[in-house]
Design a protein around this ligand. Sequence first.
Ligand code: WTA
Length: 675
Amino acid sequence: MSKNKHGASTHYAVHWQEEQYYYPGPEFIGQANCTDPGIYQRFSLDRFPECYKEFADLLHWDRYWHTTLDTSDAPCWKWFVGGRLNASYNCVDRHLQKHKNKTAIHFVPELEEEPVEHMTYQELYRRVNETAAVLQDFCGLQAGDRVTLYLPMTPELPVTMLACARLGIIHCQVFAGFSGKACGDRMHDSESNILITMDAYYRGGRLLNHKVNADQAVQAAENAGQKVSKVLVWCRYPGRYSSSEPMVENRDFFLDELVRQHRNATIKPVSMPAEDILFLMYTSGSTGRPKGCQHSTGGYLSYVTWMSKYVQDIHPEDVYWCLADIGWITGHSFIVYGPLSLGASTVIYEGVPTYPDAGRCWRIAQELDVNIFHTSPTAVRALRKVGGDEPARYNYHFKHMTSVGEPIEPDVWRWYYEVVGKGRAVIVDTWWQTETGGFLCSTMPAIDPMKPGSAGPGLPGIHPVIYDDEGNELKPGEGKAGNLCIRNPWPGAFQSIWKDRERYIRSYYGKYNRDPKSRDWRDWPYMAGDAAVLESDGYVRILGRIDDVINVSGHRLGTKEIESAALSADGVAEAAVVAMPDEIKGMVPDLYVSLKPGIDPSDELEKKVISTVADVLGKIARPAHVYIVPDMPKTRSGKIMRRVLASISNRRDIGDVSTLANPEIVEEIRQQVQG
Ligand code: WTA
C-alpha cells in the first residue's frame, strides 16, 4: 500500500478483488472506428514520437508542421512545431461544407417544459463569429490575452470558448459552481481584465442568481490587485435580465445586445502556432494556490480529437452526451473540443441529472437518440440510488458508455453495464487528469475486454509505469501499489503551470527525473500524483491521490484550500481537513478546527465555518462534518497530524501516537467524533 501520509484518499480500491472480463459484443465491434489490435504495436515506444503524426492528421493545418516533438526546453515539450492552425476553424468552419445543417449542439434546458434547442453548425458558426467580433471590436482583445469565463452549462459557454479560440485569446473558464472569490483569484492569477458571465441559470428547479457571484469575483480580483475593465453578461433569456444585481455602469454590458450590433459579422480565424496556448484550466494541487494548467492548440486539439474518435468511438451519425460540466477538463475535452472537432452532435444539459425525477437522463437519451453516454461514478451512484430500475422504462440504446473522474466500484460498474447499458453497451473507464488533456489509461473499446474496477492499459502511445518511492519499477502482477507515472510525453499533455515553471517541474517530474539538465524525454517520466496497482494483464487499477487532494464527486479539491477557507472564519485558530468515503460522492472532506483563546464552541460557530468554506470555495467544498476540537494532535515540532485525524474520521486503527507532543488529546477527539 502506498504511503498515505496525509490521510488522503488512497485506501479503497486496493481491497477490491480481481474481477472477471467482459467482452465487447459483435454489434459494437462491427461498427467501431478502431478494431485493429496492431494499433498498440503502431504506437510502441520505438515508434515514438513519430507515431503521433496520426493524431495531427485528424486536423486541418494552415501550415503543416515540421518537427513532431521538440525536447529542447525539457520538460516543457513542444508538439508539431512549425505548424499553424486555428481551433475554432477546426471545430466549426471545416464542417460547414458537409454538415452545415447538422446539429452541432443539442441544448437541453433543465426545465422540461422548455424546448430543446438544436443548434446547427451553421448557427454555431454565426454565433461564434458574432461573439468574436464583440471580443475584438468592443473589448479590443487579441491573441495571447486572457479572458475569464464564469459560465454555466448553456450553449453560450462553447460559443464563447470558440470565439476566443478564433482570435487566439486564451480562455480561462471557471466552474460556475465555484464561489465568486475562487473565480476572482483565478482572474488575478491569469491576469484577465475581462470577465464573461451569465445572469442566471437553472439548477434543481431554481433559477440561480449568478451575476451576484460574478460581482464577488470582480471584487476578489480587484482586492488581489487585478483591475477588471469589463464584465460581459449573457442573459439566460436574451433580452430579459434575470438577476436582481444592478448592472454597473461602464463596466457591465449585455452580451446579447453587443452581439446583435455585430449581426452576421465574420471574423477570420487567426492562424496560431501549434504551441500557442488554447486555454488555461485551473486545478488543485498540494499547496493552497490553484494551478493554471496551460494547454496548447495543436497538441491538445489533436489529442482530444483522436481520443473522441477512437476511445469514445464517435461517428458522424452518433449523438453523444457527456454529462460533465464544461467548467472542468472533461467538458472542455469531451463536450466541446473533441466532439466538435469531429463534427459530431454533442448534448449540453443545463441542470441536475435527477431533476425533476430519476428518469430525466433516460428521457433525454430517448428523445435525442443519444447512443454514446459519458459520466462519472458519482452520477452513476446517484442515479442508481434514486432509480435503480428506471432505465428499463425508457427506449434508448447506448452503444458506448464512459466512466471518468474517480475509481468506480465493481458493483456500481455492473449496474452501469447491466441496467444503464442494458448489457449491450461497452464501457470505457478512462483515467486521466486536468494536466493530461485527454485519456491516458482505458481499454480500447472494440479491442480490449473490460474489467470492472480497473481503468485498463495505457492507451496506444501511452506507456505507464509504476515506481516505488525509491524509483524501482513495480512489475505487473506484483500486487504492490506505487506511484503511477507515464514514461513518455504525449501531445495532449499540458505545457506548464501558468507563470510557474518551477512548480511544474517540481510537482510532476521532481521525484523521478534522472538528470535535470537532460533534454532526453526518457529522463523525465511524468508523475501523475495517483497511487496505482499494475495487474498481471497490464491493466492499471487506480487507488487515489497521494497528495493533499480530495476527489469529491470526481472534482479535485486541495485540502489546503479548504483549510485556509476555514481559517478565514472568525474565531478559528487552526484547521485540518481529512478525506472520508461517501456512498454517493466517493470522498468528502471532514474538517477539524480549534478555536482562538476565549472563543467557545457552539453549533452556530460550526455552521458559520461550513458556510464560510462554501462561500470562499463553492458548495462542492462544503465539509461533511465540522469538529471543533480542544486542540489538534501535533508532532513535537508543531505539525498537525492529519493522519491521526483521518484514522479517527474513518474509524481505522489510530496506531502509535506516543511520540506526539500531546498524545492525550487523541482519545478525547476520538470520543467526541465516534461517541
Ligand atoms: C482521479 C478528471 C480512478 C485521479 C479527468 C486523477 C480517476 C484525478 C479516474 C484527476 C478513473 C480520474 N479512475 N480515478 N477513471 N479518472 N481519476 O484533474 O485521482 O479533475 O488524478 O481530471 O481524478 O482529476 P481531474
